[in-house]
Design a protein around this ligand. Sequence first.
Ligand SMILES: [Zn+2]
Length: 283
Amino acid sequence: MLNKLSESNYYLSNQNDKERPTLGLVCGDKYSLVIDGGNSVQHANDFLREIEKLDVPPIKYLVITHAHWDHFLGMNEYKATIIVNSLTNEIMNNWRSYSYDDHSLEEYKNAKKMSSLCVDIIKNEIPDRDSFQLNYPDIIFEESLQLDLGNKVCILERIRSTHTEDSTVVYIPDERTIFLGDSVYGTTTNSLFHFKQSQLLPMIEDIQKYDALHFILGHESICDLDEMDTYWKDLITTSKAVKSTSLERALESFEIDNKRKPIGDELFFLEAFVNDQILKSQL
Ligand SMILES: [Zn+2]
């Protein structure tokens, strides 16, 4: 079932056991916009079936928030005008050159071009794989793009992010709702989970520019302003404590600054920032 935020805003919750991210739907008087295509043909069709139950205008646009497979492999199903930023398009070009038959998928898995989880989901949830090919985008933008769905303006903008360099967010001003994709998360590089430390403050600045009250994230439920403020505060305080590749020194520094030991997510964030320092030191 879709979650309803307002008469014009809906989302399908993420499903972690199937590596499915949150998918968004924004409806104007004339058209609807889908945010992220889903991780497979089946995921997209599950979403489309839910949308059919609503009395909403036809889906005209689909925006892909970034070029991670779980956000776009279902994109062909919507028969929509596909919108991406230019870097997302570049990265997705690799996926357009791929073949999706069993033999090719095994090759990509061995060459670490695809994770084994990704290959499993493609095998299970994309039928007719021998002829499967990803469509090309119809609109490629650089920094930002504004859409009007009929009395419903949507602002698409590429922001600086700790997750990827190609993160697009979608802001609906009259709802004060923002679809963040995975932009506020960390990412895994060479098996190390890290937050791109240099992008943390720029990202927060880019997101706080919007007057948002409702924040929809790629792999969890909706957050309100207080929850986002706590998230930013935890990331900022832990990032401040990390100045080297030593977790020990980061823990000491955190304790001096905050007069207590890190708790809950703080420890996870400290490790992720230390990992970022480790990856930077390997460059
Ligand atoms: Zn992602």
